[in-house]
Write a protein that binds this ligand. Structure first.
Ligand code: E4P
Length: 221
């Protein structure tokens, strides 16, 4: 399972990269706005800055909703850096754009996925990644992780190569459920990644190991 970090914050990306388990980054227009990145030139530069920190794929989202606009924007984004993945919304024109980019060998991430039907369309159009939004489904009183299981089952039935990139992850338990259900990637806030390493018995156990070592080795702490 690959770990992406779901942020446009360079410090958080660096911290996750330093941990040594980071495989990529996802951004969206809201995450870019949260960092105060405005203006096309600054936004494009920010994507390049992110690519310099990580080694893996970096999703950059188009904001056009017509095919021509998505193609123009997507080609510009893809030409920025080899790590850039063009993020396309699941709308009718988006499906056409996915097909276009797939035929041109440009990698894509189909975003705003909330149903298995949308997942089938994206896979048939040749999306590289598919982003089901599990946290937003939970917010709407539907178990978001169930969608991951459903899509995994469907993709395996037909050998679809599109990678399931579980998105809108809110906490560590979401990551574990996505791993159980076979998501290829989880894109997570830093807090959810760091949450995986915590267990009180680990802290208690470590404290005792160190105390016992000091008892017989006369280490002054
Ligand atoms: C990432 O690709 C998605 O845009 C993101 O995970 C959405 O998360 P949110 O539902 O917390 O905004």
């Amino acid at each position: 399972m690959k770990f992406f970090i779901d942020t446009a914050n360079l410090d958080e990306i660096r911290e996750a990269q330093d941990l040594g388990v980071l495989d990529g980054v996802t951004t969206n227009p809201s995450l870019m706005a949260k960092e105060g990145i405005s203006g096309e030139e600054n936004q494009l530069q920010h994507y390049i800055d992110i690519c310099k920190i990580v080694e893996g794929d970096v999703s950059a989202e188009v904001i056009s909703t017509d095919l021509e606009g998505m193609i123009t924007e997507g080609e510009k984004l893809a030409s920025l850096h080899p790590q850039i993945i063009v993020k396309i919304p699941m709308i009718k024109e988006g499906v056409k754009a996915l097909k276009y980019f797939s035929e041109k060998g440009i990698k894509t991430n189909c975003t705003l996925i909330f149903s298995p039907g949308q997942a089938i369309l994206a896979a048939k159009a040749g999306a590289t990644y598919l982003s089901p939004f599990i946290g937003r489904l939970d917010d709407a009183t539907t178990d978001g992780t169930e969608l991951i299981a459903q899509i995994r089952h469907i993709y395996d039935n037909y050998g679809f190569k599109t990678q399931i990139l579980a998105a809108s992850i809110r906490h560590s338990m979401h990551i574990i459920k996505c791993a159980e259900y076979g998501a290829d990637v989880a894109t997570c806030p830093l807090s959810a990644i760091l949450g995986l390493l915590k267990h009180p018995l680990t802290d208690i156990g470590l404290e005792k190991f160190i105390a016992d070592y000091k008892k017989v080795n006369a280490v002054n702490a």
